[in-house]
Structures are given as structure tokens and as C-alpha cells.
Design a protein around this ligand. Structure first.
Ligand SMILES: Cc1ncc(COP(=O)(O)O)c(C=O)c1O
Length: 447
């Protein structure tokens, strides 16, 4: 008989009950598709590196809500700042506020290529505005994205993320109902492959408005960019008058306050940011060269529409300012990079000692383990060797042991400022047990 992860739980009743009830009111009981999880897990409360489910079982959280939690859950300084702010201020829908100015100044001060900035609520909004701006300034229609990169849910970019084998680098829209013309105007290239980009540019002369990329494609774990690839993209964009867009929604504040561009030294015209900039509060931003940003119609005379009822809500700005100030004044990046390296080294040592065919990858505070023989990972094609069933089962085994890495294929994990060396030690012990259980299950033909 096949064992499912649901069978493996000691007690999971509270989570199941809540999820079942929610499904009566909401399709699938969830408000975001990629929150589907087997077994269902519903979190009741969280603090620092830990969260507790409906049955009060504790997990060390490395999922970090898909990356925003950089300081730790319900971080006291952030929460206090938000509460203080919203006693006196909320949302007005007119002009600007002191907090909007303070936050914009922080972004401009820190992110090398950003001269002006606008805030919105989600990363998807930021990338939508980035693509529209690129089209407006170039008066061209097409954009280039890379297989495996995710930039949000809108029609301009939702194609070729985690594609099935037969759809890789082919026509692979991410949803029913997408406008054919939008998908058609988004060309897909292989990451780290300049020849692909040159070919797309040559095949569409004077038609490419923008090239959008995650400087490190973390939506499929971690693919490190070759320096010459980033520099090559910069050169192609300069030569062809194409707008280069770095989607730093994950890499942004997580790898450095100045984004990955401050690490690699290659700068785009437009940068999108989100997630970790407010430790879990819903705020995102688009920033770029003044000349381009001046096209937005938040300036009288601008002709690129920009709006959002909730943009700049005081709760989110307070959270963002508190987060940035902590990143500026405390050794957050030093801590999360050190623990990230410890985790990767520890996992590498375990799989080598036990002789399992796994590849540990990551950067800074981000890590993951692919279930495939050690190999260089340059683009999505290289991840096709990953065994998705093992990847998911391993994470389900970790869950049983109180370590939470979301059990979905190709998802990454994140350290926060609240994680400790002891958390990493505990997690490495759990990882060894989970690996043994996973490969035993494979040997027994269960997966
Ligand atoms: C790189 C990247 N860009 C954009 C987005 C979309 O952000 P949001 O989910 O806030 O709309 C995501 C979300 O995962 C992302 O990882």
C-alpha cells in the first residue's frame, strides 16, 4: 500500500478541519494557488524563526512565506513601528506623506541604478508597470524573459516558469484565459545563454522593448548568473536600445539592501522590488533612471498610467522603514549569509557521506537541494534531471520532524535574522533522517 504524507502525520486534525471548512467558502480553501500543500498545513501563529500550526505543532520555518520574512516572524521592532504608525495615520488617497518620502529616499540611496521610485502593493504590479514603461519609452512591443523565471501573475510575463519537460522553451502560458497576443509578444530565452538572446534580438529587429530577468532565478531554486551573461545582456541592451529590467523582488533586500546589482556591478534601467523590503508587509516598488520614471503620470504631463488605491499605506511603509533601518544598522546580512553557508555545507557533507545523488545550491541566505547527481546548473534545462517526487517527499519528511521547507518541487528556502546556529544544527539532523526516510521510501517502491 502506498503511504501518503497525510498518513505520516501524528496529529493533523486541526489543520485538516480548518482547510476543509475554508474550502466551502473559497475555491480549494486557499487564497493563492501555490499555497497548495500536502498534507494541509494551517498556521495559527508565528514568532522569529518558528511557526505553530492549528494543532500547536512547532516548525522551524525556512519557507519564509516565499521569501519576505528576512528578520523573523512578527519581529518586535517592525510590529511596534507599525502599531505606532497606524494609531495616527493610515491612508488618504491624496498627495504624498512624509513616510513615502523617507522610504523613497532610502531606496534611491541604496539601490545603485535607482534615481526615482514608486511604491505599489505587490511584485506583480511592479513588473507590470516595468514592462509597460519599457514599451512606452521604446515604442516597441516585445519583451524577452527567461525559462524558469517568475515575474508575477499578469499576462505579460506568466509563461515558461516551471514548465513540463515537453514544454520547456516552447509555448507554455501559465494560465487559461491569457491573451494570446500577450503570450506571443513575450519571447523566451535560456538563462545564461547570450546566443539565445542575440538570436531573439536578431529575429525581431527593433521590436524588443525590454529584457526582464531575476538576476538569480530563485523561482526554480537557485541558478547563479554568469558574470559575462549579465554584462553581455547589458551590452546587447545598450546596443539595441532595449530597456534592461532586473526583477529583484526576491534578490532585492534579501541579498543586499542595494539588490543583487550592488553585488554584481551590472545595473539595469529599471528595478522591481518587493518581498523582503518590509519583512512580510505588502509593499513593492519600481525604480529606475529618472528620465524613464518621469514618464509616469504621477508627474503632471507624464503619459504612463500609474495608480493604486492602497499604494503607500502607512502600515506597510512603517514596516518597510523599520526593516530597512534594521538592515542598515545590524549585521543581518552577515548573519543570514553565514547561516546559509553553514546549511549548504552541512547538507553537502550529509549527502556526500551517505552517497545520495543530490545537489545543494543557493546564494547568501537562500538554499535548496535538488535530487539529481551533482552537476553545473546554468539554466532550467539542467534542472530537468531533478527528481520532483523525491524533492517533495524529502520536504514532507522534514515537516514531520518539525522543519518546514514547503513540499513543492523546485522551491527554495530562506534563513532569517531570527534563525540560530542551534536551529541549523537541529535542521541538519532532521535532514539526515529525512533523506534516509526518503530514499528508503524510494527503495520500497512507495515513490
Ligand atoms: C521574482 C519575482 N517577481 C515577481 C513576483 C510577484 O510578486 P507578488 O507575488 O508580490 O505579486 C514574485 C513572486 O514570487 C517573484 O518571485
Amino acid at each position: 500500500m502506498t503511504t501518503t504524507a497525510s498518513d505520516l502525520q501524528v496529529s493533523h486534525d486541526g489543520n485538516l478541519r480548518l482547510h476543509e471548512e475554508a474550502a466551502q467558502y473559497t475555491p480549494g480553501g486557499l487564497h493563492t494557488a501555490i499555497r497548495i500543500i500536502d498534507p494541509p498545513l494551517c498556521i495559527r501563529r508565528a514568532r522569529g524563526a518558528y511557526m505553530w500550526d492549528e494543532d500547536d505543532k512547532r516548525y522551524i520555518d525556512y519557507h519564509a512565506a516565499f521569501a519576505p520574512i528576512i528578520l523573523g516572524h512578527c519581529h518586535e521592532a517592525v510590529v511596534d513601528r507599525v502599531i505606532d504608525a497606524i494609531r495616527d495615520t493610515d491612508l488618504y488617497g491624496i498627495s504624498t506623506t512624509r513616510m513615502e518620502l523617507d522610504f523613497s529616499r532610502k531606496i534611491v540611496d541604496h539601490v545603485p541604478s535607482v534615481e526615482q521610485v514608486l511604491v505599489c502593493c505587490t511584485g506583480s504590479e511592479a513588473t507590470f508597470h516595468a514592462v509597460r514603461l519599457a514599451r512606452a519609452v521604446t515604442e516597441r512591443r516585445k519583451i524577452i524573459k527567461f525559462q524558469g523565471c517568475y515575474h508575477g501573475w499578469h499576462d505579460y510575463v506568466l509563461r515558461n516558469v516551471i514548465s513540463e519537460l515537453q514544454m520547456v522553451n516552447k509555448w507554455d502560458p501559465g494560465s487559461a484565459g491569457m491573451l494570446h497576443e500577450a503570450v506571443e509578444n513575450t519571447l523566451v530565452c535560456r538563462f545564461n545563454n547570450l546566443d539565445d538572446v542575440e538570436e531573439a534580438v536578431k529575429g525581431n529587429p527593433d521590436q524588443i522593448a525590454g529584457v526582464i530577468l531575476e538576476p538569480i532565478p530563485h523561482n526554480v531554486g537557485c541558478i547563479l548568473p554568469k558574470q559575462e551573461f549579465l554584462e553581455g545582456l547589458r551590452k546587447i541592451c545598450d546596443r539595441e536600445g532595449i530597456v534592461l529590467i532586473f526583477d529583484e523582488v526576491i534578490t532585492g533586500f534579501r541579498h543586499a539592501i542595494g539588490g543583487y546589482q550592488s553585488i554584481c556591478g551590472v545595473t539595469p534601467e529599471i528595478t522591481t522590488m518587493g518581498k523582503a523590503i518590509a519583512n512580510g508587509f505588502p509593499i513593492a516598488a519600481i525604480g529606475g533612471k529618472r528620465e524613464l520614471m518621469q514618464r509616469f503620470n504621477t508627474r503632471v504631463g507624464g503619459d504612463v498610467f500609474f495608480s493604486g488605491t492602497f499604494n503607500g499605506h502607512a502600515s506597510c511603509l512603517a514596516a518597510a522603514l523599520a526593516t530597512v533601518e534594521i538592515l542598515e544598522s545590524e549585521p543581518v546580512h552577515e548573519h543570514i549569509f553565514r547561516l546559509g553557508q553553514r546549511m549548504r555545507d552541512g547538507l553537502g557533507e550529509i549527502v556526500e557521506r551517505l552517497g545520495y545523488p543530490c545537489t545543494v545550491a543557493g546564494f547568501g541566505s537562500v538554499y535548496t537541494m535538488y535530487f539529481m547527481e551533482e552537476r553545473p546548473i546554468e539554466n532550467f534545462d539542467d534542472l530537468l534531471a531533478n527528481d520532483g517526487a523525491l524533492y517533495i517527499r524529502y520536504r514532507q519528511e522534514l515537516m514531520k520532524r518539525g522543519v518546514f521547507e514547503i513540499p513543492m518541487n523546485l522551491k527554495r528556502n530562506h534563513l532569517s535574522y531570527s534563525h540560530t546556529d542551534a536551529d541549523v544544527d537541529f535542521s541538519l539532523e532532521a535532514a539526515e533522517e529525512a533523506l534516509n526516510a526518503t530514499f528508503n521510501a524510494r527503495a520500497a517502491g512507495e515513490i
